[in-house]
Design a protein around this ligand. Structure first.
Ligand code: AQP
Length: 340
């Protein structure tokens, strides 16, 4: 029997941070043996913000190398760049015609990002969730493992898929979100009321996977706590709770065990120990990333192979969609699929 399909992705911009790892990539690796998986570097999404072309190209490659370093074997998973499969942009256009201005305007990420970049509120920022829906629906995805911030976009994907299916029959699989019970929203270290984010102006908020060890410990030492010196996980202690969550994710200790581990510690000691636990967990992944990123031929091969495999799956869905909506099918597009 065919395994169900997982699809997920990360933007090509900047360095990955521990939120991207603990909220998403870590679960991709855990789930990957039970599913057929596609993990995409969503480089088209990155264009909603002005990018330096050279930097973008390199950071896209870095993200793909991180995927492998974090445990995603390219022999068992399809790893590829979104821009290498034209069907993403084509399906996004079609789905734009089945998405409403009102629902897109309600997206929290659009509101936040447009408030942040008033000088560049482009149409791509607005239709970003439609491209995301196209990414997911192209592969008849069953499960989408993401962090908590993507919950709303996943709901929109489901709505668009159901709306389309109601008109044209059973074209799309309606996907489910997989949001992990712990680590789905790693918070900013200096401001634990908001999520850790790579575009944060204050770099001390964010632990990047490639930060030097000394920098990681320093950032943890500076993490905001509170004044009562009690190490427990509770809504009134967002800073401490965030650190305990990170500790639990990287060590595999439950929240209660984590609290027990620090029953004799003060905040200073606690913060250093969490930093050290993160560093220790990252060591093998960082070494593997350093090895991979210099292996140009190997990465080029993975990228080409991923593009071919993703292309074949995507084209088959796109033809079904085109046929459903009444677009003429070019004979050259003939790939194997069951015509209705
Ligand atoms: N803080 C987080 N905690 C848990 N999961 C997170 N994710 C992002 N931030 C956190 C998850 O990582 C995956 C890839 O996300 P993305 O590439 O779309 O990154 P993003 O949301 O753009 O990340 P940033 O860091 O927040 O970037 P900016 O600053 O550009 O907004 C997704 O599954 C996401 O849920």
């Amino acid at each position: 029997m065919q395994k169900p399909i997982i699809y997920s992705g990360m933007q090509a911009t900047g360095n990955l941070h521990i939120g991207n790892w603990l909220g998403a990539a870590r679960n991709w690796a855990k789930l990957s043996s039970d599913y057929n998986c596609l993990f995409c570097v969503v480089d088209l999404h990155s264009l909603t913000v002005r990018q330096d072309p050279k930097v973008l190209r390199q950071s896209a490659r870095n993200v793909l190398a991180w995927y492998i370093a974090l445990g995603l074997d390219p022999a068992k998973n399809i790893l590829y760049f979104q821009s290498h499969v034209a069907a993403h942009a084509e399906l996004a256009w079609i789905l734009n015609c089945y998405s409403y201005m009102g629902e897109l305007g309600r997206m929290t990420q659009f509101k936040e990002k447009s408030a942040k970049s008033e000088e560049n509120i482009n149409a791509g920022l607005f239709t970003y969730p439609v491209l995301q829906a196209a990414d997911i629906l192209l592969y008849r995805t069953n499960l989408v493992p993401v962090g908590d911030d993507q919950r709303q976009h996943l709901e929109l994907t489901r709505d668009v898929a159901q709306r389309f299916n109601q008109v044209y029959g059973d074209i799309f699989t309606v996907p489910e979100a997989y949001i992990p019970p712990v680590g789905a929203r790693i918070m900013a270290l200096q401001n634990p009321e908001k999520k850790m984010s790579k575009s944060d102006d204050n770099q001390a908020n964010c632990i990047f996977l490639s930060d030097e060890p000394g920098v990681i410990i320093k950032k943890f030492k500076r993490a905001v706590t509170d004044s009562d010196n009690q190490i427990r996980h509770a809504p009134d202690k967002p800073g401490i709770s965030n650190l305990l969550t990170i500790y639990s994710c990287v060590t595999g200790r439950t929240m209660d065990e984590g609290v027990g581990d620090f029953s004799q510690s003060g905040y200073g000691d606690f913060k250093v120990k969490v930093g050290e636990a993160v560093l220790e967990a990252l060591i093998p992944y960082r070494a593997e990333f350093e090895r991979l990123i210099t292996d140009t031929a190997y990465l080029d091969g993975v990228i080409a192979d991923g593009a071919d495999k993703a292309q074949a799956m995507a084209t088959s869905t796109l033809i079904k969609v085109k046929e459903a909506v009444g677009l003429p099918i070019c004979i050259k597009e003939g790939v194997s699929y069951e015509r209705s």
